[in-house]
Design a protein around this ligand. Structure first.
Ligand SMILES: [Zn+2]
Ligand SMILES: [Zn+2]
Length: 317
């Protein structure tokens, strides 16, 4: 399939595609022109046309990518937190709360919201504008059409797996002495977490654990030279959903880990906040299981039983 380059200026678009783009055209004009290509050799789906129209309309790729990712982060993070806030206000759902005696007060949620917003606008809003030049440097594509859904799904699974390992290692490290005292303690302010608390953390922690979310796709892009920016958008969205849901404090009979036993979810991360130790991974349960760091009283009993059996086996030798 022919690829249309969406470059900084309209003239570049014209030289790389059969599109008759009008300079300074509106978003809908761009969309209509791209739609008129349907009968030609270039066929774009709805999302691809929206994507291309957006970049053509913005006519400044650095600003377009920066704005896209900043808006995506805000909308997906707070959009995912909102249903959990509503659920906290409805008594019916209290029976699904993992720590039912600890419903967050409006004051707690408001203070958390203020802190997260300050972090987003003062800490993350600055580096995000360097994202597009970095994408160009390491070969992340933003042209249309997008890659196939199967390759997007495969790359996202790889990012989830690698980020999970990154998170396990560095989150576990953040629980050691001075790292905990000066950095990670902030995130553990809420022993019973709620959605908004997912990104309530010290800026060093935000940068360190955020590197697992952003840095891993970058390294992947550098080596594969086939990563698309649209895949990064989906990955960031799903990773945000995972982080917010893990902090929701709710365990339902339909929670994902009942169907995917290796999925972590709120059940897993709530125990980490409750007991301050164990369950260090973000998305999956396999590292805590394999490295014997599962949290909670049940895991403690099982661990002690295993140690007892080991000691008895040693005695018999
Ligand atoms: Zn922790
Ligand atoms: Zn947490």
């Amino acid at each position: 399939m022919k690829r249309i380059s969406i470059l900084t200026s309209f003239s570049n678009v014209l030289s790389n595609s059969p599109i008759d783009i009008i300079p300074n055209s509106t978003f809908s004009q761009n969309y209509q022109i791209l739609s008129s290509l349907d009968s030609s050799s270039v066929q774009l789906n709805f999302l691809e046309k929206l994507w291309a129209s957006y970049y053509l309309y913005m006519n400044n790729d650095i600003f377009a990518t920066g704005l896209l990712f900043f808006t995506l982060h805000e909308l997906m993070y707070f959009g995912r937190c909102l249903p959990w806030y509503i659920i906290d206000c409805i008594p019916y759902f209290q029976k699904y709360k993992i720590q039912p005696s600890k419903i967050p007060s409006n004051k707690e949620q408001w203070e958390c919201l203020k802190s997260v917003l300050i972090s987003h606008f003062l800490v993350e809003a600055f580096p995000i504008w360097f994202f597009h030049p970095v994408c160009n440097l390491i070969g992340i594509s933003y042209q249309v059409p997008f890659p196939s859904w199967s390759s997007i799904a495969l790359e996202i699974f790889i990012f989830f797996s690698l980020e999970d390992l990154w998170h396990y290692v560095f989150h576990r490290a953040l629980h050691y002495g001075v790292f905990y005292k000066y950095i990670h303690k902030q995130h553990h302010r809420y022993a019973a977490p709620f959605g908004l608390a997912a990104e309530y953390a010290h800026p060093i922690e935000v940068a360190l654990l955020g590197l697992g979310t952003v840095g891993i796709p970058m390294v992947w892009a550098w080596f594969s030279q086939s990563l698309h920016l649209f895949t990064v958008c989906i990955w960031i969205t799903l990773r945000l959903f995972q982080a917010v849901d893990a902090h929701s404090g709710y365990e339902f009979p339909w929670s994902l880990h009942h169907f995917l036993p290796f999925w972590a979810g709120a059940d897993h991360h709530d125990l980490h906040h409750h007991y301050f130790i164990g369950n260090y991974a973000s998305s999956f349960r396999w590292w805590d299981f394999t490295l014997d760091t599962e949290a909670g009283p049940e895991a403690k009993v099982e661990r002690e039983e295993r140690m007892r059996l080991k000691a008895e086996a040693k005695k018999l030798k």
